[in-house]
Design a binder for this molecule. Sequence first.
Ligand code: TXA
Ligand code: MG
Length: 314
Amino acid sequence: MTAKILQDSPEGLDIAAQLLRDGALVALPTETVYGLGADARNDDAVAGIFAAKARPGFNPLIVHVHDIAAAQRLVAWSPEADRLARLFWPGPLTLVLPLRRDAGVSGLVTAGLPTLAVRMPAHPVARRLLQRAGLPVAAPSANRSGQISPTRVDHVCAGLGDRIAAVVDGGPCGVGLESTILGLDGAPTLLRPGAVTRDQIAAALGQPVLHRRDADTLNAPGQLRSHYAPRARVRLNATDWAQGEARLGFGPVDCDLNLSPSGDLDEAATNLFAHLHRLDAQGAAVIAVSPVPHQGMGIAINDRLSRAAAPREG
Ligand code: TXA
Ligand code: MG
């Protein structure tokens, strides 16, 4: 099988929507990264996601919806969820809420958990496709498990092109890092940092937001330490370069590729995965990365970098 590349046209989106209704795997652009989508209600389709990515079955998936009403049919809604959804949706924020008994979502999506992660993506192509398909779409990032997330169609094709029916071309992803994940099944808890920051969420809720490290680790089943891993080893906080290293810079430094020469954290996030893909393809044994300030979007960037640098599991 070779993935069809579909355009953002009425015909292309009709084909993609029909493939999803038929239980096929379709990669789609979101504002964060490309997702590997399937009908969240269809056991066989969802099983196909786990097989294509070689993803462990205990790692649950995020379900993507077109609007708040569709989310309310899947999870037990709450005043906190409503406040955050009205402020940040559509956008890069995923909410983990109690799964409704009548949600009709495949048990494979939640890995048997009593909660479900839901998100309303902002990318106009994702929104058009979700509306046309008229179903909840389970979609992890469209990379093989443990590898770097895709922010361009060619990343998707390189990793999964022989394993999926189609990919819809929405151009490069703007945000570049996966959504913020917030647990709302108990005290609000940040499970994964992203473009919507912990401070923004705390301000919106008028209460503190716990961090996963302070919380019960069982709440974050999929947070494997080694993740986003290029083939090369990754060396962090490099203030000088060793012979033969691929040099990934930030700010005004001499390097091979720069996340943001002007030191802009949003630009750095947009570039991070694409630059890692490119340097890795050049075959260096080590990718050395400049320090990135630990504030705002820098917290999410450093989270992904530290996972890319973590000792490999298996
Ligand atoms: O930006 C994004 O969120 C992208 C795009 C495609 O939407 N998706 C994405 O999916 O990053 P994925 O599968 O790569 O990451 C989903 C994370 C995993 O770490 C998983 O463990 C966690 O969400 N997750 C899913 N359901 C959960 C739940 N019920 N409780 C806690 N964590 C959950
Ligand atoms: Mg992922």
